[in-house]
Design a protein around this ligand. Sequence first.
Ligand code: HEC
Length: 107
Amino acid sequence: MKKLIFVVTLLLAAGAQAQTIQGNAAAGQHDVFMCEGCHNSTGYRTAFPEVYEVPMLNGQNAGYIEQALKDYRSGARRNQTMRAIASSLTDQEIADIAAYYSQPKAK
Ligand code: HEC
């Protein structure tokens, strides 16, 4: 019986943990105003300061987006622009943004 209670407690703790980092797509929608200029530009290119290609985020896997942003933030993945942007994001905002972009979108 003791063992069962222990297992249940563990599961509850795991559930609570997952809850704290759960992404909220609706909240993410408010955070992406600063991403859309680049990641939603026509043809996925920017024109300033020079023309370069920008990866498409819509429909991307949430775990991938989350990892990419954390890697930019930590410097594990190097890109000056994205590092500056990712540095301003909290873990919650990253989860929200990932949830938002991974949603299937109506075309
Ligand atoms: C000034 C333009 C610009 C803005 C603004 C911008 N990004 Fe980026 N982003 C880029 C570029 C360029 C890359 C490709 C960098 C590289 O090669 O690693 C990139 C890469 C990424 C990647 C990795 C994609 C992949 O396929 O590996 C993610 C995720 C990402 N950005 C998310 C965001 C989010 C979320 C925001 C807003 C909070 C944002 N970006 C704002 C230009 C931008």
